[in-house]
Ligand binder design. Sequence first.
Ligand code: CTP
Length: 419
Amino acid sequence: MTAIPLSSARILLIISGGIAAYKSLELIRRLRDRGATVRVVMTAAAQQFISPLSAATLSGQPIRDGLFSLTDEAAIGHIELSRAADLVVVAPASANILARMATGLADDLATTLLLATDKPVLAAPAMNVRMWLHPATRRNFDHLKDDGVLFVGPESGPMACGEFGPGRMAEPPAIVDAIEQALAATTAWSGSPESRATDSALLSGRHIIVTSGPTYEPIDPVRFIGNRSSGRQGHAIAQAAIGAGARVTLITGPVSLSDPAGAEVIHVGSAREMREAVEAALPADAFIAAAAVADWRSESVAHQKIKKGANESATLRLVENPDILAEVSKKTTMRPSVVIGFAAETENVAANAKAKLQRKGCDLIIANSVAEGTSTFGGETNQVEVIDARSAESWPPMTKAEVADGIVRRVALELARRE
Ligand code: CTP
């Protein structure tokens, strides 16, 4: 269940037609410098831009370009070719190949491999700005993202065609970074077929407590201090832990989600109620604090609705709420073996998360950016960094269910390490 390092990764690189194909040669060189094995497949259009001989020389492997080559098929069939890789990279990914991928066409070797693969696919789009912005390409892009295809770029800038805007292929160093991230996360959510088979027993016999959603801190009978947390990530973790065979106690603030089947669900309002419920649910093997707990509450709660007074300004005095995560982390008795916190940051995500790990005393922090433009709050996807005392892993954008799956696997690993 360890991540695949780039130095031993097998990359299947599909080069489609576009002026950016020349950058793929540099990409091959950089990947090989880092120790990766690169097998190259070129579409017919790609061969109009760069020669198969250059790609073969740089990759050190013969180039595959045809679906019906008997000699190639005898050596290694196309199904095998698509599976004997850790990651499939499409760079450049033209508008045409994205369209063919989105519709599931298999009309040449490249698209056949893309349809036959069981490995993650990372695409680096490159095309004219109008083509990139065309509704058809937007549709294909959204569709492919929903299918789980990972993307790097495109970037904005002057284009070979003389126009300016988004559509330039990401630079080779950025593609190498994205490949490393994809490889790091690959084991986190897909694993080997063998490890998948044991998924339903991964946490059997374990008790996992998960907090989720916001807390509402009352001001008077009708008003409260709250936040935008939807509870989706916390609920997805509870669901994934149930799927992995754990007994799950989910302690949730007010959300509009249904209770995950199979969990013991405790509904709370305020941070203090959440803390009480967590205390009552202990002991546990792991505690995962995914709730967006309000840091502050009103010092006093009015029994009647507060009326507008003669004064134009009103002052609300706030006092700090108990920090549930820090309290659980610092327990001397009944501390769960694995304590995981979340960090929602708007800037310096990794550095702030590392500081939070130390301050709160937890074992792992799942950090995500909630800066403007991200869809973390309320959205379906999440991009996280997983930080412990020694390392930081950056996972590519995934659905919250996939992130939950990765976290559950990591919990199982951490529990096994402590035995
Ligand atoms: N948390 C908690 N109890 C609190 C506040 C936070 O259990 N009273 C947990 C959250 O569930 C989350 C983690 O602590 O796992 C981080 O919460 P966050 O609000 O991001 O951190 P803060 O401690 O508030 O730090 P800062 O405001 O500096 O970001």
